[in-house]
Design a protein around this ligand. Structure first.
Ligand code: ZN
Length: 307
């Protein structure tokens, strides 16, 4: 199917754990932990805090790599039957993302997709002539995409990625709906920078729903039921929810230049419910006209800056 060599490197996640304490996983700052909440999420009732530095809501408590792998296996993108079906649902979003990667001059180059699930953007990228590689936390997903002929590695952190290196860098790294699971986002961004060539491109489809959580909290005085529903939908099973402006600053601090950040093209599918499409349309308008971010997801394109 292609001349890429299937390569599975198994660096299984060790069952290590560490207490995140008051460490903010989104910006890496020590958080005073003065804003504490109990939210119902896709993981059940969980403890959350809101970072005093970057205003991100994040789940507190320990991060256990083995438990995270097991959790992901039970999500739609963690098993083959549902994961491959999701790829079709998200196809338009992948195409829109690749259109923009190509427009920025990175067409037909090497791409590493972080959290690649069962093919994700790679299947569409290969059709367009990219040289594809993927990382995922779930071993079955890695086995599946290597059976398609892509280079793949099972690992929990970009720091453990051996598919590329400073001597053999990659041109494009994509992180689509995956950054919200990172236990230390600044460290992952710095590791991504190490693997990218000079002027390499980082693409993040960021989940930017922290305003929805704030709205949900405010709704608590009006209707506990609606409040819970809003917060649960905003969080899903994510580990943090970061405001867009804080994310852009964190990406810049990790050594990148922001090329663009827009809700445009961040929608998965054109057949989303009317409410969701309206939110994207309004979000795009407000961001471009007023710099206000209310869109549920945002496509961020950033270029590696020289040292
Ligand atoms: Zn923070």
């Amino acid at each position: 199917m292609q001349d890429q060599i299937a390569e599975v490197t198994d660096s299984r996640c060790e069952s290590t754990s560490h207490d995140s304490g008051n460490f903010c996983p989104a910006c890496g700052e020590t958080d005073e932990g003065t804003n504490r909440y109990r939210f119902e999420s896709g993981r059940g009732e969980t403890q959350w805090s809101r970072c005093t530095s970057c205003a991100t809501y994040y789940m507190t408590g320990e991060y256990d790599e083995a438990a995270e792998t097991d959790h992901t296996r039970h999500m739609a993108w963690g098993n083959e039957a549902e994961g491959t079906r999701l790829n079709l649902l998200k196809e338009n979003g992948f195409k829109a993302t690749l259109d923009q990667i190509e427009a920025l001059g990175y067409g037909c180059l090497s791409i590493l997709d972080v959290g690649c699930s069962f093919g994700g953007i790679l299947v569409e990228a290969e059709k367009r002539g990219f040289k594809c590689a993927g990382l995922d936390i779930v071993p079955e997903a890695v086995a599946y995409i290597s059976s398609l002929g892509y280079r793949a590695q099972q690992c929990c952190s970009l720091k453990d990625c051996t598919l590329f290196s400073q001597q053999d860098p990659v041109d494009v790294i994509s992180v689509l709906d995956a950054h919200i699971y990172w236990p230390n986002q600044p460290a992952e961004l710095r590791a991504a920078r190490q693997l990218l060539r000079d002027d390499g491109l980082l693409v993040i489809r960021a989940v930017t729903k922290s305003a929805f959580i704030t709205t949900g909290r405010m709704m608590g005085t009006v209707s506990a039921r609606i409040s819970k529903k809003l917060i649960r939908r905003a969080i899903a099973d994510h580990r943090f929810s970061m405001p867009l402006k804080s994310l852009l600053k964190t990406v810049e601090d990790a050594g990148f230049e922001i090329l663009s950040a827009s809700p445009r093209g961040a929608q998965h599918t054109d057949s989303a419910p009317l409410g969701a499409r309206a939110a994207f349309a309004l979000g795009t308008l407000l961001w471009h006209r007023l710099g206000l971010s209310i869109a549920p997801t945002t496509l961020v394109f950033a270029r590696k800056k020289a040292e």
